[in-house]
Ligand binder design. Structure first.
Ligand SMILES: [Zn+2]
Length: 106
């Protein structure tokens, strides 16, 4: 019984991963025309990720601000700069949080 439950959970997780990924991509493409709608889509995707305990690669996580957990997009509501010692600095324009990412040995 235990094993069967785990199998079902894994399947749900896979589905949730695909749905949330699609939703982030949708949010990113929506953001150019309607930022508020895109933010809601991103928030929904984040809720799915939290509910199913899904972790994403940096490629998808970089769209979220660590400070306000909202959607950030370079050129729309985020500023991207290179900092000292090869740090990528993404400043959120909503809350001002600076999201840092080391680019060393990438
Ligand atoms: Zn923020």
């Amino acid at each position: 019984m235990n094993r069967r439950r785990r199998g079902a959970n894994a399947r749900h997780k896979e589905e949730a991963t695909a749905i949330a990924r699609n939703m982030i991509q949708l949010a990113v493409s929506t953001a150019g025309s309607d930022l508020d709608l895109a933010k809601e889509q991103a928030a929904l995707a984040r809720r799915i990720m939290l509910k199913f305990n899904v972790r994403y690669s940096w490629q998808l996580r970089r769209f979220y601000c660590h400070g306000c957990k909202g959607l950030i997009l370079p050129g729309v509501n985020a500023r991207v700069r290179l900092g000292p010692s090869k740090m990528l600095l993404v400043t959120c324009r909503d809350c001002g949080h600076v999201n840092r990412k080391s680019l060393r040995q990438a």
